[in-house]
Write a protein that binds this ligand. Structure first.
Ligand SMILES: [Zn+2]
Length: 95
């Protein structure tokens, strides 16, 4: 999954909105039977579970909370959205 959109400052841009859509689609596909996903906006910080419409609005109005995780700290010391591709090609969304 392309994460470049998370760094786009203009949240009304087409690319950012497309990124939000692809994120929501990805999160919904990985949420199992749940109709709600964790909101990664700067206010919710992945701690709230909300419907996709609300998450979309939060990500556009508030912005996504995103910290680039580096290999050095293994991503454990920081909170943020990270997507990992495992050896069998399955993608998982991690906090
Ligand atoms: Zn939110």
């Amino acid at each position: 999954m392309d994460k470049n959109w998370m760094t786009i400052k203009n949240r009304w841009s087409k690319q950012y909105k497309q990124g939000v859509e692809s994120f929501i689609e990805f999160a919904m596909a990985n949420s199992g039977a749940q109709a709600e996903i964790r909101c990664p906006c700067i206010d919710c910080l992945n701690s709230k579970t909300l419907g996709r419409e609300v998450v979309r609005i939060h990500l556009i109005l508030k912005g996504i909370f995103f910290l680039q995780t580096t290999g050095e700290d293994g991503g454990h010391a920081r909170r943020g959205v990270s997507i990992r591709m495992s050896a069998d090609g399955r993608r998982t969304l991690e906090e």
